[in-house]
Design a protein around this ligand. Structure first.
Ligand code: THU
Length: 164
């Protein structure tokens, strides 16, 4: 007989940035600043990201689009891959993703491919990263891991391999 198994999704919803500690507000500010470097002539949807490594380095990223649409990359993966290209043994402590404030805008939540890439990083660093998903001067969603957003994910363990 089939069993019903449930997965609970726990996250924090902050009504505004002011409720957050200064280091989180700073990371969100840096992500907002990074959005100015987005190359989004097709979607006109500029997204900024900023990663804080456990060692303290900050790595920004923004979405970079392409006339061949699938060749573009989201802000999250731009930042993640830039970070790992220079700090291959680094541990991502937090990733902030920010979109500008437009009427009624909600925090942007990572696409499926980015979730997969972020979960891979959690396997690689053998620990979770925090996600801060915010709107400039608006609400912020905080999760305690990327896996929270991708339960039952496909990962290296299913290939019988260790990510490292
Ligand atoms: N995008 C991001 O950079 N991050 C997200 O979390 C969602 C979407 C980008 C991809 C594309 O350049 C544009 O937003 C519209 O989808």
């Amino acid at each position: 007989m089939a069993q019903t198994r449930k997965i609970a999704l726990h996250y924090l919803h902050h009504a505004s940035w002011s409720a957050l500690p200064p280091e989180d507000r700073e990371l969100l500010e840096l992500a907002a600043k990074a959005a100015r470097n987005a190359y989004a002539p097709y979607s006109k949807f500029k997204v900024g990201a900023a990663i804080r490594m456990e060692s303290g380095e900050i790595i920004p990223g923004s979405n970079q689009e392409n006339a061949s649409f699938p060749a573009g990359t989201c802000a999250e993966r731009t930042a993640l891959h830039a970070a790992m290209a220079v700090l291959p043994k680094g541990v991502v402590e937090s990733l902030a993703v920010v979109v500008p404030q437009v009427k009624g805008s909600k925090p942007v939540t990572p696409c499926g491919i980015c979730r997969q890439a972020l979960v891979e990083q959690e396997r690689r660093q053998e620990g979770p990263m925090r996600l801060l998903l915010g709107v400039v001067k608006g609400p912020v969603i905080e999760t305690f891991s990327a896996e929270t957003l991708l339960p039952l994910s496909f990962d290296s363990s299913q290939l019988g391999k260790k990510a490292r």
